[in-house]
Ligand binder design. Structure first.
Ligand SMILES: *[C@@H]1O[C@H](CO)[C@@H](O)[C@H](O)[C@H]1NC(C)=O
Length: 276
């Protein structure tokens, strides 16, 4: 009996080292892999990112207390939507003019403009000051606001900062209710205003990020927190998926969701299938 037990222990201990090495190799606790990061963009038809982007996300997510893939998926979805898949780091309308009469408080130094920069646009002197102090403990982003748009760390850092300050502590965010993040970022126009379909498109990007993270079997993506979900004012947007030979075609996922949910719906039943 004892010998058997010792044998079992021995055999088990033989397996232990390789078992723990495997654990690290597969990294079940890793917040995001390079493959998942690339896929979260490509499934949304955005360009393949640089490796530096991925390294920066991993590092800053930890620094700004994002510890679950579910929250990271929400954050990335909002970042992708705001920056057109990491392609824009400046408010497009201000990129050449600098919008010299917008976002003025009277406290700005001559020649310094605080229009939207970074992956979730940082605007107004106040936010540049607070972001700079929180990230660096000095005023470098106020002195040189282009750090926010022209460096990978500035573009991501300002976005993580915004999320941490204004969104991370909303309890419903941790219940998977994506609409609460849209409400915090652009609620006046997209949740209460006339651009509700844009809020829905953000949500569709989020669904695709969850898919890239392989989470759709465990997580039900929820639109809640933005427009009403029931009653006469509910827009009634339904998640749709392309079917048959359209299933894997680039762009069809977003095509189905746009076209089936638009006011003049064009939703061929042999192409798209929507939630009941
Ligand atoms: C920036 O920080 C100061 C001091 O903590 C605070 O009073 C102010 O409201 C903050 N500004 C913004 C836009 O959050």
């Amino acid at each position: 009996m004892i010998i058997v037990l010792i044998q079992v222990l021995l055999i088990f201990s033989l397996f232990l080292p390789s078992f723990s090495i495997d654990q690290t190799a597969n990294s079940p606790k890793k917040l995001i892999t390079w493959k998942e990061f690339k896929k979260s963009l490509s499934l949304n038809n955005y360009p393949i990112p640089k490796r530096e982007q991925y390294e920066t996300v991993k590092q800053l997510a930890e620094q700004f207390d994002i510890t679950t893939k579910e929250e990271l998926a929400m954050f990335l979805a909002q970042v992708y939507w705001e920056s057109l898949g990491l392609q824009h780091t400046k408010e497009i309308a201000c990129a050449s003019s600098k919008c010299p009469t917008n976002y003025r408080t009277g406290r700005e130094k001559p020649g310094k403009y605080y229009y939207g920069r970074g992956y979730i646009q940082l605007t107004w002197l106040d936010n540049y000051e607070n972001c700079s102090m929180d990230m660096y403990g000095d005023m470098r982003l106020v002195e040189e606001p282009d750090i926010v748009s022209d460096t990978v760390e500035g573009a991501w850092g300002s976005a993580f900062w915004y999320w941490h300050k204004y969104i991370h502590d909303i309890p419903e965010i941790h219940q998977g209710k994506f609409g609460y993040s849209t409400m915090a970022i652009n609620g006046a126009l997209e949740c209460k205003g006339v651009y509700k379909i844009k809020a829905f498109r953000r949500y569709v990007v989020y669904v695709r990020v969850l898919e890239a993270f392989n989470l759709l079997d465990n997580v039900k993506p929820l639109q809640d927190g933005c427009y009403p979900m029931s009653g006469k004012d509910a827009p009634g947007f339904k998640l749709c998926i392309p079917i048959g030979s359209y299933r894997t075609q680039a762009g069809l996922f977003h095509w189905c969701n746009d076209n089936c949910n638009s006011a003049d719906s064009n939703c061929p039943t042999d192409m798209c299938q929507c939630e009941p």
